[in-house]
Design a protein around this ligand. Structure first.
Ligand code: BDR
Ligand code: CA
Length: 314
């Protein structure tokens, strides 16, 4: 199986990504690290533990990370304050019985990658605070991580401001560091792709009918997201919602689920209207080599089949 570490701010779509990664027979979820984002760190950590316990994978270690963005200490911005209704404070799952690890997320990531001989993909699907802090402590980390797949950013779409996506906007200085760090193989999965990675209310019925714990939980999360999106963002199909973070997991099994183009990507940290925007050098004005494979679109049918099949049949 392909090994991965998921850096999450769980979060309804993070929870679906966790279940896919933990259950797919060709993936091995080595650990989860948690970060401030959709909710405060206590809740994103508890939600991560609950999600793993719910599917009988409380054995997967969870390490808690940063409670704040790296540079904006007065800027805790739990997502919920901006877009109420898409993410539960606490998941409607049994309180976690498994415990968070003693080692924090940043120390864990550095120690783990320094010592492993395995190829382990790092999949950050929340604000990039943990990854940037790990890079600050140990810049050579870039040479130890063979593949990074990030959910974040948007080229034609913003979701927290007119021009920015939440994960990047929530800690723009961290994101700028990560894109400048020199990772040899970095894939960015922005909103342009994840808005095609939708699950519909009809698919929720199929998930629920299976009676599988993971599928039932996913149905609850997707329905919550559909309701939330109806209230705060316009989507083409009001009976479906994007499950952003899950697209990164789908891409590990089916690379063709995303269509990528190679670009130099930088992050705006100052703009009055554009702070947190991922800036793609589409027309090669920056005279810089590409630093990311950027997913410009995704295959909705393949994504949906992957999610349903993985959660129902494992
Ligand atoms: C991203 O922001 C979070 O709310 C979601 O979990 C996802 O990672 C989408 O903009
Ligand atoms: Ca997330």
């Amino acid at each position: 199986p392909r090994k991965l570490i998921l850096d999450v701010d769980t979060g309804t779509d993070d929870a679906v990504a966790i279940m896919l990664a933990a259950l797919h027979p060709d993936l091995e979820l080595v650990a989860c690290t948690t970060v401030n984002g959709n909710r405060e760190i206590e809740h994103t950590t508890e939600n991560t533990l609950r999600t793993l316990d719910h599917i009988g994978r409380g054995d997967i270690p969870v390490h808690a990370g940063l409670a704040r963005p790296i540079a904006r200490l007065d800027f805790p911005i739990p997502r919920a304050q901006r877009d109420p209704g898409v993410h539960f404070v606490e998941m409607p799952l049994a309180k976690a019985t498994s415990k968070v690890q003693a080692t924090n997320a940043v120390d864990f990531l550095i120690d783990f990658y320094r010592n492993t001989t395995d190829a382990v993909t790092l999949v950050p699907v929340g604000p990039l605070s943990n990854i940037a802090t790990a890079l600050s402590l140990f810049p050579k980390l870039v040479d130890y991580i063979p593949e990074v797949i990030i959910m974040g950013g948007g080229h034609a779409i913003g979701n927290v401001t007119s021009s920015a996506e939440f994960n990047i906007w929530a800690d723009p200085e961290a994101a700028a560091m990560v894109f400048a760090a020199g990772f040899p193989n970095l894939t960015l999965v922005p909103l342009d792709a994840t808005h095609k990675a939708v699950i519909s209310l009809d698919q929720c019925k199929t998930l629920r009918a299976s009676g599988k714990p993971a599928a039932e939980a996913a149905a609850i999360f997707v329905e919550k997201r559909v309701e939330g999106y109806r209230n705060y963002q316009r989507l083409d199909n009001p009976d479906a919602a994007p499950i952003h973070d899950a697209l990164c997991i789908a891409a590990m099994i089916y690379p063709e689920v995303i269509t990528t183009e190679d670009y130099f990507v930088d992050v705006e940290t100052e703009g009055r209207l554009t702070v947190g925007r991922t800036v793609l050098d589409v027309n090669k004005r920056a005279k810089r080599d590409p630093n990311a494979h950027v997913a410009m679109t995704a295959n909705t049918a393949l994504f949906g089949n992957f999610v349903l099949d993985t959660l129902i049949n494992n």
